[in-house]
Ligand binder design. Structure first.
Ligand SMILES: [Zn+2]
Length: 99
């Protein structure tokens, strides 16, 4: 399973959790765990947290990185050339990587 697939699954998982808690808040559903009644404000906190996690996961799945395949493990967010001393691909273009 690739990182992109995991981010995709986690993004939609958090989106569903956030939507369930938003729905609970809007419809004023009662919820309890072992007799303890969960206040509605907890659902707002969970909605905001799950929403931000979903946004980050779904945003990062489209992120492109540029890597050197010459053995220096060079990674960049922008296209460019390898600049590592001793790398067999120094001065050659980094390769696009969508993981
Ligand atoms: Zn390199």
């Amino acid at each position: 399973m690739t990182t992109k697939t995991v981010r995709h699954i986690m993004g939609y998982f958090f989106l569903i959790i956030g939507l369930v808690h938003l729905t609970r808040f809007l419809l004023r559903w009662d919820a309890s765990i072992a007799g303890w009644s969960i206040p509605l404000w907890v659902s707002i906190v969970i909605t905001l947290f799950a929403g931000s996690c979903a946004y980050e996961s779904l945003r990062k799945r489209k992120e492109v990185r540029y890597v050197c395949t010459g053995g220096c493990n060079g990674v960049s967010l922008k296209p460019g050339m390898c600049q590592s001393e001793g790398c067999i691909k120094k001065g050659k273009a980094l390769e696009e990587c969508r993981v």
